[in-house]
Design a protein around this ligand. Structure first.
Ligand code: BV8
Length: 248
C-alpha cells in the first residue's frame, strides 16, 4: 500500500512516535537515494565499478591487492557526492533529534556519505566510517577530506600510504560503534529502520536486537526486505515522502 497522506500512517505508529522516549533510527543507502546517491542494490548498475561488484572493490582484500583502484572508486563517489545535498528525509531526522521529548535519540547509519551530518544531525554513529576521511595504513592517523580539496596521498604523520577510513567488506567495525548501537537498540522503545536492504551484518542485527528487547519496529522502504516480516509496521514508499507524515 503506497501511503500519501498522514491519515494513512497506522495509528499505533503515530502513538508510539508521540509517546516513545528512547528511539533508535537505523539508516541505509536508501535514505540518500532521493539526494541522488546511487544505492548499492537498487536498480541500474550502481553496484558495479569497472566490472567489479561493489563488495569486491569495497573489500579488505582489494586494499591489499590494488589500493589505487580502491581510491579511484572512492574518489569517483566523492566527486558525485560533493554536489549533492541532504533530502527531506535527512532533514526530518534532524527535527526528530531536536525534539526534547525523546530522552534518548540514537541515529545509526550504514552510510559513509556524511549527509546526515550535512543536514544537521549530531552524534551520528557511523557504523561503516566516512568517505570524507582517510586513514593511514600504518599509524592509523585520520585526515578529513574536504569537498573541494584534492585528497592528500601520504600520511602527514609518518609518510605511509592512506586508505579510505571506511569499513570495507571483511573488516571489523570502528571500535565501540556496534557496541554503542547495540546497547541503544536493546534499550529503545521504538526502532525505525529506513532505506536499508537489511542484508549487511552486523548492522542488520540492530533491529533484531531492538525487537527481541520489546521495541516497536517500523520499516520504511519502497520494497520488502528480509526484515519486513519482523516489523510491527512497514511503510511502503520513499523516505523523503513518508518521514514528514509520521510526525504530523
Ligand atoms: C564484519 C562501506 C566481521 C563500504 C559497507 C554475519 C555476521 C557478521 C558478518 C557477516 C555475516 N554475514 C556476512 C558477513 C560479512 C559481511 C556481510 O554482511 N556481507 C553481506 C553482504 C552478506 N559483513 C562484513 O564484512 C562487515 N564486517 O562483519 O566483520 C569480522 C570479524 C572479525 C574479523 C574480520 C571481520 C562489514 C560490513 C560493512 C561493509 N561496508 N559500506 C562502501 O560504502 O563502499 S556496507 C554497504 O552496504 C554500504 O555501507 C551500505 O550502506 C550497506 C548496506 O546496504 P544498504 O545501506 O542497505 O543499501 P542497499 O543499496 O543494499 O539497499 C538500499 C535500500 O534502500 C533498498 O532496500 C531500497 O529498496 C531502499 N530504497 C531505495 N530508495 C529508497 C529506499 N528506501 C527509502 N527511500 C527511498 N527513496
Amino acid at each position: 500500500m503506497q501511503l500519501s497522506t498522514a491519515s494513512q500512517i497506522p495509528v499505533e505508529l503515530r502513538e508510539r512516535f508521540a509517546t516513545a522516549q528512547r528511539v533508535l533510527v537505523l539508516t541505509g543507502a536508501g535514505i540518500s537515494a532521493e539526494s541522488g546517491v546511487p544505492t548499492f542494490r537498487g536498480g541500474g548498475n550502481s553496484a558495479v565499478w569497472k566490472g567489479l561488484p561493489f563488495d569486491v572493490i569495497s573489500s579488505a582484500q582489494m586494499v591489499k591487492r590494488d589500493l589505487p583502484a580502491v581510491w579511484e572508486w572512492f574518489d569517483y563517489r566523492r566527486d558525485i557526492l560533493k554536489n549533492l545535498a541532504p533530502n527531506a528525509a535527512h532533514k526530518a531526522i534532524v527535527r526528530w533529534q531536536r525534539q526534547s521529548r525523546f530522552s534518548e535519540f540514537t541515529l545509526v547509519t550504514q552510510n559513509v556519505d556524511g549527509l546526515h551530518q550535512y543536514a544537521g544531525s549530531t552524534d551520528v554513529i557511523e557504523m561503516h566510517g566516512s568517505i570524507w576521511r582517510a586513514r593511514c595504513i600504518s599509524c592509523h592517523s585520520t585526515f578529513e577530506i574536504l569537498r573541494d580539496d584534492k585528497r592528500q596521498e601520504e600520511c602527514a604523520s609518518c609518510g605511509e600510504h592512506l586508505r579510505p577510513d571506511v569499513v570495507l567488506f571483511g573488516e571489523i567495525l570502528p571500535t565501540g560503534a556496534f557496541e554503542r548501537a547495540a546497547e541503544a537498540a536493546a534499550k529503545c522503545e521504538l526502532c525505525i529502520v529506513i532505506g536499508t536492504s537489511a542484508l549487511v551484518y552486523p548492522a542488520a542485527s540492530l533491529p533484531e536486537i531492538a525487537k527481541a528487547n520489546g521495541a516497536f519496529l517500523c520499516e520504511i522502504n519502497p520494497e520488502r526486505t528480509p526484515l519486513s516480516d519482523l516489523c510491527d509496521v512497514v511503510l511502503t514508499g520513499k523516505a523523503g515522502e513518508l518521514l514528514d507524515l509520521i510526525e504530523h
